[in-house]
Design a protein around this ligand. Sequence first.
Ligand SMILES: [Zn+2]
Length: 387
Amino acid sequence: MTELRSDQHQAIYFYEGLDVCSQMHIEEFESVLDGFVPLVDYLSRLIHCAYSVINADLSLESVVFFTLRFDATGRPDLHWNTPIRQLARQAGYPMKSYPSIRVCCYSSCSISWHQQNLWQPEVEHLESLQRAVERNTLKFGTLNNHRVATREIPTLNIETQDSPGEPEKTSSRLLITDDEDTQLPASARMQSLLQGQKAQMLELERKCSMLTEKLSQTQDNIELRLKGRVQVLRKKLELKWIEIVRLREVELLKSRKVLHDTQEKLNERESLLENGMGQGLIHREIEGAVISIQHHGFATVIIEAQNVAAYIKEPQQFVANKLGVDPMVFSHWHNHYNLPCCVNLSKTGTTCGISINRVDKLLDFIPGQSDRCDQHKNISTIAESMG
Ligand SMILES: [Zn+2]
């Protein structure tokens, strides 16, 4: 990167075809960019321009070939922001015909968003540029009025009293004064006008800065409010989450209770099946907690939930009581039902064991008769029977 030396000059040259058609100092170009000085020659046109850094001996140091679009009022594109000074500092030596001039143009720029605002010059463009610089229309290196005006800013006085000779004029007007020369050249008057407009710009920038500060404060407030809102929402979310966890725990406890109850019922079923009374009986659950016992030999017996334990402990006695039958009679009938044979015992303690017809119904069963063979029927006691 090469910084601008104090004896170097900057200027903008405008092209019409291969030739330079007009030129201006960089300060004037900045005013054009600010929109203060519309260029009526360039209404609604895309102009090929060259930003040039010129040495004290009027040789070209560096050139940036850029384009600039003007609108229908002669003001340049508001969004134009090609960094011509920076591109000039970074320029290389792509033009073989001009190996000592650093040039930035369409083909030599590697940054695409800058490249689209650059153009590709021919050798003739550089030739005409060099001629224009050498003609020195802008009077570089000489004491010209423009540069005096640029360096020594004339003071601006607001005259509030009417001049005696000009009573018809407005009571307040701008007057440009210079101690050395009251007859300022046109370029100096323009420069002074530009200075006034720049002062207005500075005031606008100050206001813009204040507004930016306000905006920043507003953004801070919004951020604070948002943070507060986020905290409230986070708290709500936490509470909701805690509620959900609590509900899940309650559901889990319920599920465990159901599991426990189911396990207990299974255990009860197993007990019933292991128990002798369970054999040949059909157990059914009624509404989850009540068991019914169904058997061909007697009416269905319902066991309420609270009586299940009693049933398991003494099943035959429980059923007998439920049916209103002597537990001994029930026991004999049940044995007979499962194994219908003569149960007569001889004095020696042996059982007769002859198969007999089964009495299916409990109520039809008569102990001592229904469970005896014809030979041993009607023997009132075991002691009387003969083996
Ligand atoms: Zn017998």
